[in-house]
Design a protein around this ligand. Structure first.
Ligand SMILES: Cc1ncc(C[n+]2csc(CCOP(=O)(O)OP(=O)(O)O)c2C)c(N)n1
Ligand SMILES: [Mg+2]
Length: 329
């Protein structure tokens, strides 16, 4: 689906378009770096990569202000970066170092950045939706004027808290956006085996919430849909459900042999629906950016990541006597 933003150059402006491409490339290269560090045994636990899904995070967050809130998921690196979290602190957090965003004790699935309006990644599937409703209720009661966007996956739409959140957000007309990154699979289950509706957005109708289905690999389409939902929420018209159709290129987590889908299917998505390549080609074709400017972006991203890895590797681990600090006992 081509973006309906025909005059996107003048409507969005070169600076913001360049920033969108920069952020998507930063997310992909960040994840390639952490994947490598994981394979080298420098990152412990597991990790969920969002490579292939960069346009949802970037397009949605481009429609938000710093004051607007997001809640994220177990696959949250892209959301963090798109909402403005600094890379060195993220890298250090993944390596379990004291200079990390959660002092090295949270890791990939617990990064939060309240100054940037990121209320946190979440290891509990659908755990972010009630939090976003809470933030939206606060905004409404205090007349703060911000919206809350909850990112979640297709699998999360089968959780009770998803349904409870949509219901309460609808009856209270909360300024919240339910942003479903439908990448077609849960951990290993095909969505077709898990939900008996053609499109997940249909579920919103039963709560009186408008549902829109979009191409989640086109950053401009994502931006446009989120912007419309933000306007609706800020005008007091209540929540919107966005189903962004996308694909995770990697397995669910590091230990996934991907037996539930074919390599042919993966190749097709990677070849035809690479949101970064397609956006870059479009910007070049339409004369928004030059090849030299794209190279500048790639070079800048490389430098940021090289510096971040060095910073994280040189940082100390949390000391043993801080073991019981900053945690619930
Ligand atoms: C409440 C809960 N149930 C189960 C899990 C285990 N789990 C982690 S991720 C995941 C799949 C989630 O799928 P989806 O919501 O589509 O997100 P995706 O991984 O595709 O981004 C499951 C079942 C969990 N973390 N929390
Ligand atoms: Mg999924």
């Amino acid at each position: 689906m081509e973006s309906s933003l025909v005059n996107y150059k003048s409507e969005i402006g070169k600076g913001k378009l360049k920033e969108m491409l920069y952020q998507m490339i930063l997310i992909r290269r960040f994840e390639e770096s952490v994947e490598k560090l994981f394979m080298q045994g420098k990152i412990h636990g597991t990790m969920h990569l969002c490579i292939g899904q960069e346009p949802t995070a970037v397009g949605a967050c481009a429609a938000l202000t710093n004051e607007d809130k997001i809640t994220s998921t177990h696959r949250g690196h892209g959301h963090c970066i798109a909402k403005g979290t600094e890379i060195p602190g993220m890298m250090a957090e993944l390596l379990g170092k004291v200079t990390g965003h959660c002092k090295g004790k949270g890791g990939s699935m617990h990064i939060a950045d309240l100054e940037k309006g990121n209320l946190g990644a979440n290891g509990i599937v659908a755990g972010g939706l009630p939090l976003a409703c809470g933030a939206a209720l606060t905004s409404k009661k205090k007349e703060s004027g911000y919206v809350a966007v909850s990112f979640f996956g297709d699998g999360a739409t089968n959780e009770g808290s998803f349904h409870e959140s949509l219901n309460i957000a609808s009856i209270w007309k909360l300024p919240v956006i339910f942003f479903c990154e439908n990448n077609r699979y849960g951990m290993s289950g095909d969505i077709k085996q898990m939900a008996n509706v053609e499109n997940l957005a249909e579920r919103a109708a039963s709560y009186g919430i408008p549902g829109v289905i979009i191409d989640g690999t086109d950053v401009l389409v994502v931006y446009e849909a989120t912007k419309a939902a933000v306007e609706r929420a800020k005008n007091g018209e209540g929540p919107t459900f966005i189903e962004a159709q996308t694909y995770r290129w990697r397995g669910h987590s590091r230990s996934d042999a991907r037996k539930y889908r074919t390599r042919v299917e993966e190749q097709e998505w990677m070849k035809n629906k690479d949101g970064i390549k397609n956006f870059k080609d479009r910007l070049l074709l339409d004369g928004v950016l030059t090849e030299a400017e794209v190279k500048e972006i790639e070079d800048k991203v490389k430098q940021i990541l090289d510096d971040a890895v060095e910073f994280a590797e040189k940082s100390p681990e949390p000391s043993l006597d801080s073991l019981e600090e900053d945690i619930f006992l």
